[in-house]
Ligand binder design. Structure first.
Ligand SMILES: [Zn+2]
Length: 92
């Protein structure tokens, strides 16, 4: 069952990682990882300590920046990075 307007194949309530900077709206999402174990990470691209990682729903992460929906078919083990909100993403 796919939700209208939600581009990810994973369910909207799937756990996703964000850093505190992204969650607080302090910094934009500049780095998105789709881990080998299937988890998504939405990070600011800066340095982090373990306690900076927060868990929210994939839907909540998507709603922080709906342009991340363009990465919904990114394979496991890939990371997308961009320099700022206006620049193109590089996937590696
Ligand atoms: Zn951060």
């Amino acid at each position: 069952m796919s939700m209208k307007g939600f581009p990810f194949e994973d369910l909207p309530n799937t756990a996703a990682f964000v850093c505190c900077h992204v969650l607080n709206g302090e910094k934009p999402i500049l780095r998105v990882s789709h881990d080998e174990d299937g988890y998504w990470q939405f990070l600011c691209g800066g340095e982090h300590k373990t306690e900076d990682a927060k868990i929210i729903s994939l839907k909540a992460a998507y709603e922080i920046d709906t342009s991340t929906g363009g990465l919904s078919d990114m394979e496991y083990g890939k990371t997308a990075e961009r320099k700022n909100k206006e620049s193109d993403r590089i996937i590696f």
